[in-house]
Write a protein that binds this ligand. Structure first.
Ligand code: FAD
Length: 404
């Protein structure tokens, strides 16, 4: 009898999973159920070219509807799954309907972490996770308006860059001592702080927001040290939380994400998970991680889809990520946490630089600013577990691979 494979969550991972399942010959019933009403679409432009108006909405979807029709993918849009019963292999949706599956794949993504201080519910306070958020924010980005961005992470900084491009005043408030604090080396934080300041962004670190003030609409952001920042709109970019409620309803083990193994399988053999919502093993780094990146969602979805077809595929990729701010591109490959040495390799003419992380002389991660050549070389070197001479690697006049 024909099997039903149900993919829940129509984002990056969900879209990739249906693609792989059909490409790899799955011939049964294939359902992609997603809470959002739009066809599955790319999120990165939401803080970049879609937000700035340079990219139209119709360029966001991965595929047009004809693709799903041609590949017999039943799209259930606007369908939020609210309960999962692994014993009965059944999912219930918010409208009360249910569906049985043979195998399910959870691609539920993450949700923006909310601010919980006084005034957080005022009008003019925005978050950015989906197209609806981006469209309502875009409608308020008028030249001359004062935007206060809470959080100096990727999304906050990309929004600040877009605000400046559109002629708004922009202030970034960061709680820790430097922007991008959790994710890059101090040299990279310094570079982007300078880039933003040169373009007129006020970057304020070591400041904790305690209240948003205003009548019905936000007018001011107050910080713990008494400082106040006048605002016509506020954008909150303080991180994201994995979407795990559905997995919790099925009593699947959770720990900052749905726990899956290297085959993207959860504790229930019929339920797989992929993307931002998972806590998964990184075989390369011997640790568990939860990653929020296009690459990870794409690769895990492929692995999960193959394993839904009993192919015994293993997810063992070196992760990578990018961020665009103004004309600058930041590329990160690998996980740097376990490093014992870190060196900077910089173009003497100032065109770009990379931060290289080593463990026992093995290159384990690299952060490249405007330097895609080093990034490409590092991807191969890291995947191949190559040892380099850190001193030679520092020397910009030679190719990175020549430091072997
Ligand atoms: C503004 C922005 C900019 C970004 N820029 C970059 C970038 O430059 N580079 C990069 O590598 N990454 C970037 N990312 C991260 C990247 O987009 C995500 O890592 C990726 O989309 C994760 O894919 P996913 O499928 O796991 O989750 P998502 O793409 O978030 O998809 C999850 C989907 O599941 C749906 N869903 C959740 N719960 C349910 C439920 N119970 N029932 C039904 N549907 C449900 C959600 O509504 C959503 O549509 C960015 C993210 C954002 C928000």
């Amino acid at each position: 009898m024909s099997k039903t494979y149900l993919i829940i969550g129509g984002g990056q991972a969900g879209a990739q999973a249906v693609d792989t399942l059909r490409r790899e010959g799955f011939d049964g019933r294939l359902v992609l159920a997603g809470e959002e009403c739009e066809l599955p679409y790319q999120r990165p432009p939401l803080s970049k070219k879609y937000l700035s108006g340079e990219m139209a909405e119709d360029r966001l979807p991965f595929r047009q509807r004809a693709f799903y029709d041609d590949h017999r993918v039943e799209l259930l849009l606007g369908a939020r799954a609210v309960r999962l019963d692994p014993g009965a292999r059944r999912v219930w949706f918010a409208d009360g309907t249910g569906m049985n599956y043979d195998r399910a794949l959870l691609c539920l993504g993450a949700t923006a972490r909310r601010l919980d201080c006084a005034g957080a519910g005022l009008e003019g306070v925005h978050y950015l996770r989906n197209l609806r958020d981006a469209s309502s924010l875009r409608a308020e980005l008028r030249a001359g308006a004062r935007a206060v961005i809470i959080g100096g992470g990727y999304i906050g900084l990309e929004i600040a860059a877009t605000c400046r491009r559109l002629g708004l005043e922009a202030t970034v408030l960061e709680m820790t001592g430097r922007i991008l604090n959790r994710v890059v080396a101090p040299a990279v934080s310094e570079f982007f702080t300078r880039a933003h300041r040169e373009r007129g962004v006020q970057v304020v670190c070591n400041t904790r927001v305690v209240a948003l003030e205003g009548g019905t609409r936000v007018e001011r952001v107050k910080c713990a040290d008494g400082a106040g920042f006048e605002a016509d709109l506020v954008i909150v970019g303080v991180g994201a939380l994995p979407a795990t409620e559905l997995a919790a309803s099925a009593s699947l083990p959770l720990d900052n994400g749905i726990i899956v193994d290297e085959h993207c399988r959860s504790a229930d053999p019929s339920i797989f998970a992929a993307g931002d919502c998972t806590n998964h093993p990184s075989l390369r780094y011997g640790t568990r991680v939860r990653l929020e990146s296009v690459d990870n969602a794409f690769e895990q979805a492929k692995t999960a889809a193959l394993n839904m077809l009993d192919r015994n595929a293993v997810h063992d990729r070196v992760p990578w990520f990018w961020s665009d701010q103004y004309e600058h591109k930041l590329l990160i490959v690998g996980l740097s946490a376990a490093h014992d040495e870190c060196v900077i390799r910089a173009d003497p003419l100032g065109a770009g630089f990379s931060v290289l992380y080593f463990k026992n002389s093995e290159l384990i991660a690299l952060e490249a600013v405007d330097d895609s050549k080093d990034y490409m070389a590092a991807r191969k070197l890291i995947a191949g577990r190559n040892r380099l001479d850190p001193r030679k690697a520092q020397d910009w006049s030679r190719d990175l691979k020549d430091a072997l």
